[in-house]
Design a protein around this ligand. Structure first.
Ligand SMILES: Cc1ncc(COP(=O)(O)O)c(C=O)c1O
Length: 384
């Protein structure tokens, strides 16, 4: 964690908890690491990881494009000023609204199945998403390039779909592959890019190879970049990438306050955040680092449990902590990606506030609020 504990305490007092905080320096550093590894590759941020407008504006100002998978994400891209070649429209089941918005913005479409060739707006720019049919080292729900998954077009079909795009008057820019998220083993990328390269003879040279995202936080980016560039070069193509998690995960921390404890055979540290604020542990068995912001000798292993009436509402298990006391703060790390983005209003819980840490940026104030906490009225505002 890069934000000092005293600053976290200040933020929790000022904005309340549960609270998402982001370290601006780490956001910038992550983008620099990506650029250092991937060189001239064009970077499209997969905004599903965290669509906060302040973060999007920052990335847009740094020259990053956006990968969008819903009408709402396209609207966010437009609101922060992106257009044309800065936007990719992706997704396995695009709606008419997405085709129309993509066409209006001049975006590039990622074709996920053959029937889409006939659905694309006239004279679209398009990439063909290939499913390399590989088992990859991640949770099943995060794997997108396995045989039988709902994503992409088979290797055998891909050259035909490129041809069909050209025949229909579209610009077939090239191929796209994304094999999943939070991938642990870099060899999975080598295998995927290798499968794509097998198509070179059939497809001939292409303008673009989009190597997707999915890099684990400790991934060897330089190694992945080397393999991606080798595949792009084989096609004579420029390289595009679509990181989501890598760009924002480490910058984000969920701050939650201890509500109390309970011993039932297991030791529960009860906190004011849970599955509604951070779903990843429940959805994917994800492990997030947990740091207590109070001192003392460690007493036992604790399960960190949220307030929802669901047995699975646990943020972490078997965490060694000093005796938890009501009101103390816990920092749940690596929560910047798929954290706030997946938060929900289940149980009419208000989604948390978010704040950006940028010491000295605004006349001495270290914190900038970037999302206010919802009220119950916000939650039911659309109901009649
Ligand atoms: C097509 C596509 N590109 C990029 C990403 C970003 O993945 P990650 O956040 O793991 O980098 C995703 C996420 O699932 C995706 O589906």
């Amino acid at each position: 964690m890069t934000i000092p504990p005293a600053a976290l305490q200040t933020a929790a007092e000022r904005f309340g908890t549960p609270l998402y905080v982001y370290d601006a320096a780490e956001l910038d550093a992550a983008l620099l690491r990506v650029r250092a590894a991937f060189g001239a590759a064009r970077v499209y941020y997969a905004m599903k990881a965290n669509p906060n407008l302040t973060l999007l504006r920052r990335l847009h100002a740094a020259g990053v494009g956006f990968e969008c998978v819903s009408p709402g994400e396209l609207a966010r891209a437009e609101v922060v000023g992106a257009s044309g070649a800065q936007i990719l429209v992706n997704g396995p089941a695009k709606s008419d609204a997405e085709y129309a918005a993509g066409a209006r913005l001049g975006a590039t479409f990622i074709v996920d199945r053959e029937e889409e060739v006939a659905l694309l707006p006239p004279q679209s720019q398009a990439l063909v998403r290939v499913n390399p049919a590989l088992a990859v080292s991640t949770h099943d729900h995060l794997a997108t390039g396995a045989a039988g998954s709902k994503f992409g077009i088979t290797l055998q079909q891909a050259p035909r779909v490129l041809e069909a795009l050209r025949a229909a008057g579209h610009t077939a820019l090239g191929l796209h592959v994304h094999i999943g998220s939070a991938i642990r083993d870099a060899h999975d990328f080598t295998a995927a890019f290798g499968r794509l390269s097998e198509l070179r003879e059939e497809t001939g040279p292409l303008a673009v190879l989009d190597a997707g995202g999915g890099w684990g936080l400790d991934a060897d980016l330089h190694g992945i970049a080397r393999e991606a560039w080798a595949a792009a070069t084989a096609f004579g193509a420029e390289l595009w990438v679509e990181p989501g998690r890598y760009l924002v995960a480490r910058a984000g921390t969920l701050l939650t306050r201890v509500v109390g404890t309970k011993r039932t055979g297991r030791n529960f540290c009860l906190v004011d955040a849970g599955m509604t604020e951070l779903l990843r542990p429940m959805l994917y068995g994800a492990a997030h680092p947990v740091t207590p912001l109070w001192d003392g000798p460690e007493t036992a292993d604790w399960d960190i449990a949220g307030p929802a009436c669901e047995s699975g509402d646990l943020l972490a298990r078997d965490i060694s902590l000093p005796q938890p006391r009501r009101g103390e703060l816990l920092a749940i790390g690596e929560a910047g990606a798929y954290g706030a983005a997946m938060s929900s209003t289940y149980l009419t819980r208000s989604r948390p506030a978010e704040a950006l840490y940028e010491p000295g940026r605004h006349s001495g104030a270290d914190w900038t609020p970037i999302r206010r906490r919802e009220t119950p009225q916000d939650v039911w505002a659309a109901e009649i």
